[in-house]
Ligand binder design. Sequence first.
Ligand SMILES: C[S@@+](CC[C@H](N)C(=O)[O-])C[C@H]1O[C@@H](n2cnc3c(N)ncnc32)[C@H](O)[C@@H]1O
Length: 168
Amino acid sequence: MTTTVLIIVLIINVLVLITFGAMVWGGAPYVPSRTSSVEKMILLGDIQPGEKTADLGSGDGRVVIAMAECGAEAHGFENNPVLVLVARRNIRKAGLTGKAFIHWKNFWNADFANFDVISVYAMPYIMGRLYRKIKKEMRPGSRIVSNAFEFKHETPVKKDKGIYLYQL
Ligand SMILES: C[S@@+](CC[C@H](N)C(=O)[O-])C[C@H]1O[C@@H](n2cnc3c(N)ncnc32)[C@H](O)[C@@H]1O
């Protein structure tokens, strides 16, 4: 009985860590994008073969995989080690090894300079800080696709039901 209770508590702790752990490091909890949203992000982002792309907070890797399927060199930054393992496994299962990469890293410590397109599904309270980092590091012409949340003082070049495309 005691062992069962301990296992249940452990599982609950792991689930809480997976869901809310990221907020401690200035990010969003784990909520995967819907398949329809991923499709819209890819369409709006107009990902081209050979482009270098990144998903900030890559979760189970679904956006990174969709980008790699378009022929991009797709990277994901994720600070939750459990999700890093899950995403790497999903990439292997999708046959995208060598085309999609997951980095166990806080995206605030990543350099965005070499990416053509960045996608994000974050929280409203980090969008201002994130835009400043993007503006400082990314080249003019770079695209940013955001699921659900807008950059307050910027105008998206395109939008489609909760997905926003920005261009520097
Ligand atoms: C809302 S989920 C989105 C997951 C995925 N991008 C998708 O669209 O399905 C946000 C993800 O960002 C991760 N995350 C939050 N803050 C982060 C940070 N500072 N660095 C890296 N990953 C972070 C969370 O662990 C979570 O997996």
